[in-house]
Design a protein around this ligand. Structure first.
Ligand code: PLP
Length: 224
């Protein structure tokens, strides 16, 4: 048993409430630090879109799971160091955490060599938190432009992790406005505690971990 069926139903209900098509909302099952058996159960149930926040942990499990289950849409949702860009581009279909110029340059250089690039989301620090990654909201328009025009990067949308101690809705609203005025259709926002709210504000990708898999189990990154 997983929470997958329940979460899928809740996404559909939240979408219906605001007259949205649930097919327009991607469910990213966040499998970081989960026992392998739980991840396999969600794969057995037919789900194929997952999120991981560490390159190394993902390298340890997804090549094998892809061999066994076929095509997987894998999203990086955690911070990316420039020395891990190659490994990340080898493994992930989408990188949601483009959060600084240096990283954009590195990805663009690598993409040019390969002739291919994962889809990218720009992470915005909507709460302007000092310790948190992401582009400042005031600098987002300029950064989106530079990524598109100068670096020719495939920017799918914006992603945010609102401050833990504030209602998320103001942050969802701000992210939606920033995306809209930049003509970006992708909005990655909402986690286990608030994905329904995020859908009301226009989320096109929700990142749900514990509500699908159960509470994370530290040290269970690769074993079951
Ligand atoms: C872990 C994580 C999630 C999922 O969190 P849950 O509360 O378990 O749903 C979503 N987004 C990011 C960026 C994460 O690191």
């Amino acid at each position: 048993m997983t929470g997958l069926t329940d979460i899928t139903a809740r996404i559909a209900a939240a979408a219906a409430e605001v007259d949205r098509d649930p097919a327009d909302i991607e469910l990213i099952a966040v499998s970081k630090v989960q026992p392998l058996a739980r991840v396999e159960a969600v794969l057995e149930a037919g789900h194929r879109r997952f999120g991981e926040n560490r390159v190394q942990e993902a390298q340890g499990k997804w090549p094998d799971l892809r061999d066994r289950y076929g095509e997987i849409d894998l999203h990086l949702i955690g911070p990316l160091q420039t020395n891990k860009v190659r490994a990340a581009m080898d493994l992930f279909d989408v990188i949601q955490t483009l959060d600084r110029n240096r990283l954009a340059v590195k990805i663009a250089t690598e993409a040019q060599e390969r002739g291919t690039c994962p889809g990218l989301y720009i992470q915005v620090n909507t709460g302007r938190e000092k310790q948190k990654a992401g582009i400042d909201p005031d600098e987002t328009d300029a950064f989106v432009n530079r990524c598109r025009e100068e670096y020719d990067l495939p920017i799918l949308g914006l992603m945010a992790i609102p401050p833990a101690d504030e209602p998320a809705t103001a942050h969802f609203d701000l992210l939606a406005q920033l995306a809209e005025r930049n003509g970006l259709s992708g909005l990655s926002m909402g986690m286990s505690a608030d994905f329904e709210e995020a859908i009301r504000y226009g989320a096109t990708a929700v990142r749900v971990g514990s509500a699908i898999f159960g509470a994370r189990v530290p040290g269970a990154a690769t074993g079951g």
